[in-house]
Structures are given as structure tokens and as C-alpha cells.
Write a protein that binds this ligand. Sequence first.
Ligand code: GLY
Length: 368
Amino acid sequence: MTRETIRVGLGPRSYDIVIGPGALAEAGARITALGRGKRVIVVADARVAGLHGAALEASLAAAGITAETLTVPPGEATKSMAVLADLLDRILALGVERRTLLVALGGGVVGDLAGFAAATALRGLDFVQIPTTLLAQVDSSVGGKTGVNSKHGKNLIGAFHQPLLVLADTALLATLPARELRAGYAEVAKYGALGDADFFAWLEEHGPTLLAGDGDAMIRAVKRSCEMKAEIVGQDEREAAQRALLNLGHTFGHALEAETGYGDALLHGEAVAIGMVMAFDLSVRLGLCPAADRDRLARHLEAVGLPTRPARDRAWSVGALLHHMTRDKKVKDGRMTFILVRGIGQAFVTSEVPAEPVAAVLADAIAA
Ligand code: GLY
């Protein structure tokens, strides 16, 4: 079976991302190879536990590993201090020791929550990510950002805590609702848009078939995405500089999500799709990027069924969106940080953006 392995190079904290269909069934053998003992605690949401928990437990049992599974409710509300506190209590009640390994089985919510629980229980347990969504396979399971949301904003409480291993079983993506798969694809397109024009051109050709179930194309897309993320994180684990490139589309996108309540009205990937078009539009207005590249990005996102501007069924306000943007984590010395582009595949980070064109991008995007 096709297996691709990407190494995230972080010195003593380096680890592999194993990509391909059937990787979940290898969990027992691959976790055994980590040499961390014969007991794991699996954290999953109730839905994913129902879909994939038995296969994981069977693989672990076949390798002689005892697994206890703790479930949390599905949905973004689970990324909270309340659920974290309860999860930590349940983990500690099981009588963990430093060698106990946590396994996060699920999408971004479970990966971020379980990763943060691993970072804090006994001042740090090792953990393994088994991402079950496209978004988690190409983004959130890789790179060690873990955490929960606060009433002051998303992901404001957390820790950098790298996993020991990521198992990205692309066959699991077959059970994802089409809309969720598409939303995850926005993060795939992001890698092409930020740093690899050839990959973007490949996605223009293969994106629609990949979303329609072309497994080989999916493996290649997940692999290239993880390769790019591994390279960026390997150079800048704590986002002092170029890791911020991974936030292309996120400054605008988070403002849209904050307005819509981080829920089904607008999925994270959909917000990123719209946010990327806005970031390209801002770059065009600043005279940095040809309009043709902005239009090409929008055409591709539309071709795979992603939104490229905020929905018309809501009364948006420039002021409210700007307010969310200035509260973003990426604000530095009171200035907003933007990821801008000189074209497809040529992103860069800057805090030197005047306010007027930002407001103009928002005003045009929400205009009827
Ligand atoms: N998702 C952005 C990052 O991991 O830095």
C-alpha cells in the first residue's frame, strides 16, 4: 500500500507524518516502535469513536497495547477550558504515569484539545495524532500547536507541544461529509497559494477529482501539504517569523468566523477560502500582485465549490470585522500582521499595511 513519510525536523522533537490509506491499522505496530510502553489513552469525539474507534483499538490490541478511550462531544464548543478540565480529571482518574501515551483520534478540535491535555497532564505526556479530517491531516495535527478557545477569542489558551507521530490515514476521509472535505481542501490550496505555484497548478487540474474520491491525488495533496508545513515549522516552530505564512487568509477569515460564531454557518476552511481571496485582493490594491492571480485563485476555489466572498444572507459590517481583526493573536505592537502575496506561490509577512485599503477590501467583499 502507498505510504509516504514526511519528517518534521525539530532536533530531539523530530517526528514522522505517515500518510496513506490503511495507516490507522498500523497504529499498534507504529506506536510499539515508539517504545513508550504498553498502555495508551485514546481521546476521540463520540462520532469519530463510533466510526474509527474499533479499528484503532483492534490495531492496538493486536500489538499488545491496552487502550482506554475517553470521548468528548463533537463540535467547536468542546475546545473549552471546561471540557479540558473534565478531560484532565478523567485522564488523571485512570492513574496515568509519565510514560502513558495519549492518542488524539479525530479532527482539529480533538487534536488541539487532546494535545493540550497531553501538554499539561503531569507537566507533559507524549502523544500521537491520528487526524481523521482533511483539515487536521494537512494542518492542525502537524506542528505542535495545541489549545482551547477563550471567551476572548479562538485558540488563545494553549501550548506548543509536538506529537511523537502523526498517522494520516487518507482512507478515513471517505466518511467525511462533502462540505467538510471541501473546507479542508481550502488549507491544501493555501499551501499552493502561499509557496508553491507548481502545486497550485497541479491542484487546478486535480482538485476536483481529488474531492470526488481520487485516492492517489489525495495522497499526493496531503503529502505536499505536510511537506510544506514540516519545512516551515522546522525552521520556525514558535512562529517568530515565517510560520506566520501558514496564516494566509486567516486574519480576514478569523474575523468572518468570529462574526458567524465559529459554527456551521461558516466552516473554518470556508472562512480561509474567502480570507485568502481578500488577502490577494489587498495585495492587488497595494500594487503588489497582479489582479489576474487573485482572479485565478478565486476561480479555482469556486471550481471546487468553496465560497470566495461572504454570504449575502447576513448584514456584515466593516467596523465589526475590523474590530475582530485587531483582536487577533497576530497583532504586534498594536499593528495587524498580514500575509500578503506578490502572486500565486509568493506570500510574505508584513505589519506595514495602511488601514484604508484593508477597510476597502472588506467593504467591497460585503457589498451587495
Ligand atoms: N495552522 C497554522 C500553524 O500551524 O501555524
